[in-house]
Design a protein around this ligand. Structure first.
Ligand code: DC
Length: 206
């Protein structure tokens, strides 16, 4: 079974997806980490983004490995966030990473998180969640995670990135028609995870 969790940055996807995977005993796929890893690889070694996305070896898990090198901490910087959003507009990068993502989720039970899981990577996913939160709350959460002193600066960057993600020609960020939209503003992580775990149980037939 695949549970697709899509939505904009800062909606709480990563925390929700990770906690949900643990609660229901599924594997967890952080597809954004793949875009980040390719972006990071291009910082180290400039080249063609599409080719790099195809050729690079990305291992996900507690630590993220790029061609055998641990890049877990290096892929969360503001520069890499911006570069990842940029290369995510390239259809060749998307095609190469979607192949890797489909390969992973084709067997077993997965909670897969990203922007296009329910629309492109796993359109047949048994459960699709589109997770949102108000822009202000998303920026405040991100600022806390990043240790940024002023969440308004984060809000400004976030607005630009949202526009880039929503307006790109290929696989723009949008909810799948059959996705359940959940707004996590003013809700605790536990509350949201419990609700989705209930939906997983329902879809599995009790
Ligand atoms: O979820 P994240 O912030 O780690 O994602 C990093 C970037 O990758 C973000 O700008 C959007 C892009 N992305 C995407 O286009 N499709 C995905 N399935 C996951 C991430």
């Amino acid at each position: 079974m695949v549970v697709a969790i899509d939505g904009p940055a800062g909606a709480g996807k990563s925390s929700v997806a990770r906690a949900l995977a643990e609660k229901v005993g599924f594997s967890y796929l952080d597809s954004g980490a793949m875009y980040r890893a390719v972006a990071r690889s291009l910082v180290d070694r400039p080249g063609d983004a599409g080719e790099r996305a195809r050729d690079v070896d990305i291992r996900l898990g507690d630590r993220i490995k790029l061609d055998g090198r641990d890049v877990t901490d290096q892929i969360r910087t503001p520069d890499v966030s911006e570069a990842a959003s940029r290369i995510a507009t390239d259809p060749r990068v998307r095609a190469a990473l979607v192949v890797k993502q489909r390969e992973l989720v084709k067997e077993g039970d997965w909670v897969a998180e990203g922007r296009d899981i329910g629309t492109v990577v796993a359109p047949d996913a048994e459960l699709k969640i589109y997770l949102t939160a108000s822009p202000e709350e998303r920026a405040q959460r991100r600022a806390k995670d990043l240790g940024a002193p002023d969440w308004r600066v984060v809000l400004r960057d976030q607005t630009l990135r949202d526009q880039q993600d929503e307006q790109r020609e290929h696989s723009p960020l949008r909810a799948a028609p059959d996705a359940i939209e959940l707004d996590s503003t003013d809700r605790t992580l536990e509350d949201v995870v419990t609700q989705i775990a209930g939906l997983v149980r329902d879809r599995r037939g009790g």
